[in-house]
Design a protein around this ligand. Structure first.
Ligand SMILES: [Zn+2]
Ligand SMILES: [Zn+2]
Length: 328
């Protein structure tokens, strides 16, 4: 299973302004000056090795994940990142009207649907587009996205064949060689995360898509059946819009913080957790600070657990970037 992220920002797309880009270029060039001869190779390796917070950054597109299995592909979330995924798909069968898409919605907040009207395969006759959600108003919500005067092409004029599929909560759907199961997240307006499992001769691989999520339910007792979303996931995409301090200041806003994700992930046997849904106003530098805070938190948490005779499991973690790709 390969999981690719086409958007990891939260709430609204957040491209860097020219002024921020200019500042970034000045800082990078200043840091490079004096490190030696400016050959093309040295420039390239210097830029590639910069940490995200002082280099290319984390990206500004909103939520969109592509999960590719041996047998096919599903997409979760239609945030602004879906546009670029559509451009790539148009280079293959989807550009000739011979493609099939399976797109799962977590919920219908703007940052999770804004890419849909700009998803090129939806305009190509012959393509078959399957849309899935737990929410009963799936079709109504999608039709509204294309309603005038908000978008010039009405839903009825889209040339692909679009069908809607209602999912049952916590019931698996077998599709494209994977099993997809929706579990409820903690978010205003119902939001459903997805557990995607692929079982092959190589064993079982699990991806858990867990945005948008305040994670107000942390304990197994509170989570109940929804704890299965996280259970032994190879990769968990978790809502860490806020630092812990900001999280406390934004109760009931529907978003979480990395230390909360770590608490759940360590208990549920997650192997790697990817922190995402970065706040649109968070600069790369600020996300870098959140990374350092997370490292400090985990070190202190690990030391306390060791002292108490309950050592923590190993876990891989990082803050997500647009374009991240994981082979599970
Ligand atoms: Zn969101
Ligand atoms: Zn939301």
């Amino acid at each position: 299973m390969v999981v690719r992220f086409w958007g990891v920002r939260g709430s609204i797309p957040a491209p860097k302004s020219p002024a921020v880009m200019q500042e970034l270029l000045v800082d990078v060039l200043k840091e490079f000056t004096g490190t030696g001869a400016a050959t093309a190779d040295r420039i390239e390796s210097f830029v590639r090795e910069l940490p995200a917070w002082k280099g290319a950054g984390y990206g500004g597109e909103t939520s969109c994940a592509e999960v590719e299995s041996d047998a096919g592909r599903i997409i979760i979330d239609a945030g602004s990142g879906l546009r670029r995924l559509g451009e790539r798909l148009m280079q293959g069968p989807h550009g000739k009207g011979q493609g099939e898409i399976h797109l799962f919605f977590t919920h219908f907040h703007w940052d999770h649907i804004v890419g849909l009207p700009f998803f090129a395969p939806i305009f190509v006759p012959g393509n078959r587009i399957h849309l899935y959600a737990v929410q009963s108003d799936l079709e109504l919500c999608v039709r509204q996205v294309f309603k005038k005067p908000f978008f010039p092409v009405p839903f009825e004029q889209l040339l692909s064949k679009i069908s809607f599929h209602r999912l049952d909560p916590r019931q698996p759907l077998e599709l494209q060689g994977v099993k997809v199961t929706p579990y409820q997240l903690d978010h205003p307006d119902p939001c459903w995360g997805y557990r995607v499992e692929e079982t092959s001769a190589r064993g079982r691989r699990v991806y858990a898509h867990c945005v948008d999520n305040e994670a107000t339910r942390i304990s197994p007792l509170d989570l109940g059946e929804d704890a299965l979303l996280y259970k032994n996931a190879d990769l968990c995409f978790f809502d860490a819009q806020y630092t812990l301090q900001e999280f406390l200041e934004h109760m009931n806003w529907g978003h979480s913080a990395a230390p909360i994700g770590l608490e759940i992930a360590l208990r549920e046997g997650v192997k790697r957790i990817l922190f995402a849904h970065h706040d649109p106003s968070a600069s790369d530098r600020k996300i870098g600070d959140a990374e350092r805070q997370t490292r400090d938190f985990l070190d202190a948490y690990r030391a306390r657990a060791m002292k108490a005779g309950r050592p923590l499991a190993e876990i891989e973690w990082q803050f997500a970037h647009d374009g991240d790709e994981f082979k599970l």
